[in-house]
Write a protein that binds this ligand. Structure first.
Ligand SMILES: [Zn+2]
Length: 87
């Protein structure tokens, strides 16, 4: 039962970061704790959540606080752009 939650946590983390839920669920299940940690540290830069600058429309990383294009201060958005839906 505990293994299930380890797998679930790894899967959820991976899903948020745009990776495969099922793949990371299995990794977290087989490697409890380590799998979750790996999902957290997994470099998923190209799948990172993004949002659009309301001032100029440039797509920037979700955690950027200032627009790289126009210098607009960005509030943390109500919703992020899904990486897979952006193209
Ligand atoms: Zn901007």
């Amino acid at each position: 039962m505990i293994l299930f939650f380890f797998g679930l946590s790894a899967g959820v983390v991976a899903r948020i970061r745009g990776s495969s839920f099922l793949l990371w669920f299995l990794i977290g299940f087989c490697l409890p704790g380590l799998g979750t940690l790996a999902a957290l540290l997994y470099p998923g830069d190209r799948d990172e959540l993004r949002r659009r600058c309301e001032n100029c429309g440039t797509v920037v990383k979700l955690h950027d606080q200032v627009c790289m294009h126009c210098g607009e201060d960005l509030e943390f958005p109500d919703h992020a752009l899904e990486p897979r839906a952006s193209h």
